[in-house]
Design a protein around this ligand. Structure first.
Ligand code: NAD
Ligand code: UDP
Length: 316
């Protein structure tokens, strides 16, 4: 059967990218997945390798890429604070040079291009919940800046390519997302708490645990990506994608421990620098323009994620 489209996914061997590749293949597209395996792994896409419509290539987006494609989803970038702060200069390069290279490719082949931006562009926000018109409060010289400012600059590049070269761009601001294939050691709160609770190790709350986040299950997120790419030429975003149900980090710890039936105790650790106090997306634009809202609520999504980590830890 003829394929629908040729689609490039950068960072396709990562947590979200691997789910996106799966979803694009299920819709009969030809998928080229590129990744430098910094935080992603071949294991995440091993089950797709046999599919003749799937191709996997080692490539770093900070270098140019010459291929033909109809659509580009630009996801390449480490996403957890532990990983993006490991080599901050490379993080900025990945966001900025990566965006320039992928936008240059889109311009040459006239492809539609999607950018995985982030709620971190709002920094530690004074506007709550966060709306897309809010310009954010980011510390430009702190340890999170390589990620936050890199992603902000990538957004700038996307909108300049739109104004200067009339490119078809789609920018999504993703809020905290979780699910199977998160990296077990990436330090993000959902994976940390699940792995700690499964091992009956202490569950580490940073600060007093009153800071909030809103957690979106990966399948809901990927559905939004597909809907964003399918919008008309005049829809560029930025559009917030996330689950508006907000929880304190302490509530998350209690829920994970309860769902697992774990014997873990909760302990406190120092709050990292510039850790945002609260975060919740306003998803009015996504509801109105994409007819999208998350369907999987926290307990259901956590159960699926716990099952994944349980299998993975038992295999170790
Ligand atoms: P991830 O770390 O699992 O995936 C990122 C992928 O990009 C990995 O496979 C990694 O190896 C690859 N990569 C990194 N640098 C690269 C480079 N220079 N060249 C090629 N590949 C490179 O993280 P994720 O959670 O799947 O995030 C995917 C995207 O979504 C990222 O751009 C991230 O900023 C964005 N995002 C994620 C979240 C979240 O909560 N998971 C929230 C906001 C934004
Ligand atoms: N956090 C925590 N314990 C952990 C890992 C993270 O209390 O073991 C906190 C962290 O300080 C932050 C929240 O959980 O307030 C979300 O952290 P994560 O790294 O998952 O995402 P981000 O800060 O980028 O939203």
């Amino acid at each position: 059967m003829a394929s629908e489209k040729r689609v490039l996914v950068t960072g396709g061997a990562g947590f979200i990218g691997s789910h996106l590749c799966e979803r694009l293949l299920a819709a009969d597209n030809d998928v080229l997945c590129i990744d430098n395996y910094f935080t992603g792994s071949k294991d995440n896409v091993a089950h797709l390798i046999q599919n003749p419509h799937f191709e996997l290539m080692r490539h770093d987006v900070t270098f140019p890429l010459y291929i033909e494609t109809d659509e580009i989803y630009n996801l390449a970038c480490p996403a957890s604070p532990v990983h993006y702060q490991f080599d901050p200069v490379q993080t900025t390069k990945t966001s900025v040079h990566g965006a320039i290279n992928m936008l240059g490719l889109a311009k040459r082949v006239r492809a539609k291009i999607f950018q995985a931006s982030t709620s971190e562009v709002y920094g530690d926000p004074e506007v709550h919940p966060q709306v897309e018109t809010y310009w954010g409060r980011v510390n430009p010289i702190g340890p999170r800046a390589c990620y936050d400012e890199g992603k902000r600059c990538a957004e700038t590049l996307f909108f300049d390519y739109r104004r200067q070269h009339n490119l078809l761009i789609k920018v999504a601001r993703i809020f905290n997302t979780y699910g199977p294939r998160m990296h077990p050691n990436d330090g993000r709160v959902v994976s940390n708490f699940i792995v700690q609770a499964l091992r009956n190790d202490p569950v580490t709350i940073y600060g007093n645990g009153e800071q909030t986040r809103s957690f979106c299950y990966v399948d809901d997120l990927v559905e939004a990506f597909i809907r964003i790419m399918a919008t008309g030429d005049d829809f560029t975003g930025p559009v917030n994608i996330g689950n508006p149900n907000e929880f304190t980090i302490r509530e998350l710890a209690d829920t994970v421990i309860e769902l697992i039936g774990s014997k873990s105790e909760i302990i406190s650790k120092p709050l990292p620098t510039d850790d945002p106090v609260q975060r919740q997306p306003d998803i009015t634009i996504a509801r109105d323009m994409l007819d999208w809202e998350p369907k999987i609520q926290l307990k259901e999504g956590l159960q699926k994620t716990i099952a994944y980590f349980d299998d993975r830890l038992s295999a170790e």
